[in-house]
Write a protein that binds this ligand. Structure first.
Ligand SMILES: O=C(O)CCC(=O)C(=O)O
Length: 317
């Protein structure tokens, strides 16, 4: 009965896309935006920049928590073009980690090699396989060659906790300098090592990054969203912001936030294996990725991760 008011999870990964994402740490969707959509978002980026009295056109400008800056930005929180991909990984505990706009003019600052997430003890120590953040990128300017403020990454480096070049701008053998057309969408595994090219061109690079994580990871660009602004959101957007007053509520969300989405295949709020005597918000809901990895609904995890046990590696032997 309640199901009628809930949305089915939007489209997410195909098996091949997931395998490519996990192999490379990065996935590219060309022509994800139409030219009109590119123009729409470019206009919103320019309005955002113009509204900041501290912005210097010759400096890199990276406003955060942009979701609170207008409907165009709030609409991206649960946009069906991309939200199904992080939902496939974080499922019912999906949260928006941060929303950012990047404006990188000629000569502006550019980032050194780093992975996203925790320093010192990186995310990968606890989650060697799955990303604890996924960054969705929308690219609004053509970047046909290097030295245009391009995103640069080391393919497959999301499986390492350290790499040559850390903390430097150095070009490292094997790196990939991303060239793309305006309208491209990208997904990045948070543990992927990346840097940014200097911009020596006359094109100001403009793009949008919305990062997602499980709700129990801390927010990246806010402590708590404004309650008045939350009132303006639809149900799914409000849930995905996870603006709870109780700290532990992030870990154990309230009953009214379940389901976030209905299952894409079955259209149901519960998994077929679920124990119907357990309240919906306390039920286990398997993610698409768990199913893809062959994680059993209620069995041991050991067979899934068997090959990764330290005792199995030749180096440990
Ligand atoms: O601007 C970029 O391409 C990447 C920025 C970056 O390094 C980051 O957001 O962690």
């Amino acid at each position: 009965m309640t199901e009628a008011v809930h949305r089915v999870a939007p489209r997410g990964f195909t098996g091949d896309q997931w395998d490519a994402f996990m192999d490379e740490g990065f996935l590219v969707f060309e022509d994800a935006l139409t030219p009109d959509e590119v123009a729409y978002y470019l206009n919103a980026v320019d309005e955002l920049a113009a509204s900041d009295p501290n912005r210097r056109p010759d400096r890199t400008h990276t406003p955060g928590n942009v979701v609170e800056r207008g409907k165009v930005w709030a609409d991206l929180i649960d946009h069906p073009r991309h939200v199904g991909y992080p939902y496939d990984v974080y499922g019912e505990l999906l949260k928006l980690h941060m929303s950012q706009v990047f404006i990188r003019p000629k000569g502006g600052s550019h980032n050194i090699w780093h992975p996203d997430g925790a320093r010192g003890v990186p995310y990968g120590v606890f989650s060697p396989e799955l990303p604890l953040q996924i960054k969705v990128g929308y690219w609004l300017t053509d970047l046909p060659r290097a030295k245009m403020g391009n995103f640069v990454y080391m393919p497959g480096s999301h499986r390492t906790h350290y790499m040559q070049g850390y903390d430097t701008h150095e070009s490292v053998p094997g790196e990939r300098i991303v060239t793309l057309r305006a309208g491209t969408m990208t997904l990045m595994h948070a543990s992927l090592w990346h840097r940014v090219e200097p911009n020596e061109s006359d094109v100001t690079r403009k793009n949008i990054f919305y990062a997602y994580c499980p709700s129990w990871i801390c927010e990246g660009d806010r402590h708590r969203s404004s309650p008045e602004w939350l009132e303006t959101l639809n149900r799914e957007q409000r849930i995905i912001m996870r603006a709870y007053s109780g700290a532990y509520t992030r870990t154990k969300p309230p009953a009214e936030d379940s389901p976030l989405f209905l299952d894409r295949e079955t259209g149901e709020a519960s998994d077929p294996e679920a124990d119907a005597t357990v309240a919906l918000h306390r039920q286990k809901r398997q993610t698409w990725v768990e199913k893809r990895m062959g994680v059993p609904y209620n069995g041991p995890l050991s067979h899934v991760f068997e090959s990764r046990r330290p005792g199995d590696s030749p180096a440990a032997g």
